[in-house]
Ligand binder design. Structure first.
Ligand code: KIV
Ligand code: ZN
Length: 540
């Protein structure tokens, strides 16, 4: 497959910004090893461009982008053989562009993505610049980026509310100065599909030099129209779609990768366009992102929600049994949902586990397999049959804990619930290899367990989200818990948002899975708390 829209006019580049715009979701902060894990999954899925971050935001952000450029932006079997372009975002200033270049230059295919607002409201109130000053800055900064990097993307921020004639002028200048991709953002999710189609069409027809660059679309979901707008932009001639996994991103989020890719795939008869995405990796990557960010996927979310392929009504079930196409427009396996239900049990060995995990698309290292096997055995003692969904939860849990951040480990947990005073006793092993025990009372057993953990770790946090999900049916179902915590200390955990320059708080996610929901909660809480402690230590 030729992955270049200039040589293959029906090819749509998938530009994933989960690690940049997605990370701007309130509370979706990721550590640099988590970002690396996601970047690897994106490369394996076949994403063309990974926007790895905003290097000027902080030294940590720069370092994360640099690591991704080195480890994912170069040939490596760990990333599945495909080498994506690695992009770094920069405001239209020399300092930002220098930092972006410092971070991405290690990749085989580096890209600098610079942006400047062009709507009247942004120019007047945010930038305090005249339109002519904006044009001049675009000329200078795109040329400066080009002097460092061959591949330069330019975005006129808030294009959706900009004057089209002014946009044509700015874009022509950016192309003349060396931009190779022109990205049109609907920054505040304001446009409608018809308007956005006209906007892109107008750009295709009126901007000198537009035929020499790739036109891209970047839509936000404030009115729930991001996917529709993106598809309208592609129909008008854009050949790069900027998306995030699960649609995470600023405010109501960005266009969801899985929606655009599957719309183009299922309705290829209508669009006549193709992408380089391995669709069978979609569900796995969605779960990885959900687990790492601590942002659960709503059950009715298209493609990746737990109910996306569930048929409840009798008439539907009857139809499905007669022919699956009666109520199904794509097969669940196409997007990576496991097909078989019952797989392994108490007597299954390591080999069977490894083979089944490989069938599900998980290639584990020896150490990871050892650990998952231990967890599998413990689960099989309590649960008669282990389903694919159980296995995925086990691997998810294993991968949610990065060794360098597993400072405190849960050794034992005992709770007394009921109508009296719910009480929990926990025993943790600390970073000094000592055992610590604490008991606390709470409003319920989960609250008591969290308080007992807090008594040992001693780092004040605020619990901003706690979500419980059953991944399998039945009384012995495995429950998944995700939590998000924010450090309580005012001065820590703040970074600048690239778009608004506003200060943003950092939150840390944790994930736990167990047949015992209180234990799953304690594991998830401890994982998140360990991340807070690790971040505070790094800052010190
Ligand atoms: O939404 C937006 O305008 C952006 C730009 C930085 C491309 O994210
Ligand atoms: Zn955006």
């Amino acid at each position: 497959m030729i992955r270049d829209p200039k040589r293959n006019p029906n090819y749509v580049r998938i530009f994933d910004t989960t690690l940049r715009d997605g990370e701007q979701s309130p509370g979706a902060t990721m550590t640099s090893s988590e970002k690396l894990q996601i970047a690897r999954a994106l490369a394996r899925m076949g994403v063309d461009v990974i926007e790895a971050g905003f290097p000027a935001a902080s030294p940590d952000d720069l370092e994360a982008v640099r690591r991704i450029a080195i480890e994912v932006g170069n040939p490596s079997s760990r990333n599945g053989g495909h080498v994506p372009i690695i992009a770094g975002l920069a405001r239209a200033t020399k300092e930002d562009i220098d930092k972006a270049w410092e971070a991405v230059r290690h990749a085989t295919y580096p890209r600098i993505h610079t942006f400047l607002a062009t709507s009247p409201i942004h120019m007047k109130y945010k930038l305090r610049m005249t339109p002519q000053e904006v044009v001049q800055r675009v000329r200078d900064m795109v040329a400066y980026a080009k002097s460092l990097c061959e591949d330069v993307e330019f975005s006129p921020e808030d294009a959706g509310r900009s004057d089209p004639e002014f946009l044509y002028e700015v874009l022509a200048v950016a192309i003349e100065a060396g931009a190779t991709t022109i990205n049109i953002p609907d920054t505040v999710g304001y446009t409608t599909p018809w308007q956005f189609y006209d906007l892109i069409k107008g750009i295709m027809e009126n901007v000198p030099g537009i035929e020499n660059v790739v036109v891209s679309v970047h839509c936000h979901n404030d009115l729930g129209l991001a996917t529709a707008n993106t598809l309208a932009g592609l129909m008008a001639g854009a050949r790069q779609a900027e998306v995030t996994i699960n649609g995470i991103g600023e405010r109501a989020g960005n266009t969801a990768l899985e929606e655009v890719v599957m719309a183009l795939w299922v309705r290829r008869d209508f669009f006549g366009l193709e992408t380089g995405i391995d669709t069978t990796q979609i569900v796995k990557t969605s779960r990885l992102v959900s687990r790492i960010t601590g942002m659960p996927v709503q059950p009715n979310k298209a493609i990746v929600g737990a109910n996306a392929f569930a048929h409840e009504a009798g008439i539907h079930q009857d139809g499905m049994l007669k022919h699956h196409q009666t109520y199904e427009i794509m097969r669940p396996e196409t997007v990576g949902w496991p097909q078989s239900k019952l797989v392994l049990g108490k007597h299954s060995g390591r080999h069977a586990l490894r083979v089944r995990l490989e069938e599900l698309g998980y290639k584990l290292s020896r150490e990871e397999l050892d650990d998952v096997f231990q967890r599998f055995k413990r689960l099989a003692d309590r649960k008669k049959s282990i389903t694919d969904a159980d296995l995925i939860a086990l691997v998810s849990e294993e991968r949610s804990i990065s060794p360098e951040e597993e400072l405190f480990q849960l050794e034992a947990l005992q709770v007394i619930a009921g109508t009296g005073m719910p009480t929990a006793t926990v025993r943790l092993r600390g970073p000094d290899d000592e055992e610590y025990t604490a008991t606390a009372m709470g409003t319920g057993p989960v609250d008591a367990a969290f308080k007992a953990i807090d008594n040992i770790v001693g780092v004040p946090t605020v619990l901003i989200e706690y979500v419980v999900n059953a991944v399998t049916e039945g009384i012995d179902a495995v429950g998944e818990v995700t939590v998000r915590l924010e450090p309580r200390i005012e001065e820590t955990g703040e970074t600048a948002s690239p778009q608004t320059g506003r200060v943003r708080r950092r939150a840390f996610g944790g994930y736990g899975a167990d047949t015992d929901i209180i234990k799953a909660s304690a594991k998830a809480y401890l994982t998140a708390l360990n991340k807070v402690v690790a971040a505070l230590r790094r800052e010190v």
